[in-house]
Ligand binder design. Sequence first.
Ligand SMILES: N[C@@H](CCC(=O)N[C@@H](CS)C(=O)NCC(=O)O)C(=O)O
Length: 266
Amino acid sequence: TAALRFPPFLSSRAAPKTTAAACTRRTASATLRVAALPESAPVSAPASTSEERPEFSPPAGFAPPVPKRFAVKDGQLASVAGAALALPFRLGTGLFVLGYSVSLVSADKIPSDQYSLEFLGLKVKETSKIDQCRRPEKPIEIYEFEGCPFCRKVREMVSVLDLDVLFYPCPQKGPTFRPKVLEMGGKKQFPYMVDPNTGVAMYESDAIIKYLADTYGDGTVPIMLSLGLFTTITAGLAMIWRVWKGSSYTVSKLPPQPIEIWAYEV
Ligand SMILES: N[C@@H](CCC(=O)N[C@@H](CS)C(=O)NCC(=O)O)C(=O)O
């Protein structure tokens, strides 16, 4: 999943804390910064702005990494291009948080402790409705797998609502979490959602999306997630280049704690 910090200051969650069994935890805000420095640019420390700034020095032998231009790794171009098919097919549905809007304002309109991009001498101001929405106290649990178009729809909604979710990967023949779904819900069908905050558990992607919108949003479902069969077909087409990737099990070791991934579904 792409990892680009965008929008930068819309989510203000505490650091994730969970003791649930091994699985993948994804949050909808993203974290990678792309530094577009020329290769020859020297690495320099930011100028000191305050006398109170604590002094620190790098450990002995520390060599700072040399900034690199953003690039696609050799041999990965087809894979990245294939993953990017989602953009035309899904029109970037999981890219924007609920009620996202962007405007250019003068620098004094942005509090000094908040980061914002600069453009044409102005600051880029981003806002959303997420701050007014209920947040889940405990992460929502979703049993699903990457190559399933119904699951993809739910992941997009998770991104739109900027939710903390424990994703339990359930690829075909996966021995770990698949049987749990049969045990809890009575059938092996994915996605399956359990919300420990409300005690609600359900199958059916559209029902899950509506539930999330009603419980953690303003009740609205983005248009690209409310078009029935068209939504499901385009969700499938978005993944067509990567057919079955993330859909079948390969022998793996469970990490003792959930892996934390900050990403969004696009
Ligand atoms: N109407 C359901 C359809 C879900 C569905 O058919 N999921 C497939 C995976 S794409 C499934 O569970 N197949 C059974 C299996 O993987 O064992 C929904 O919208 O969630």
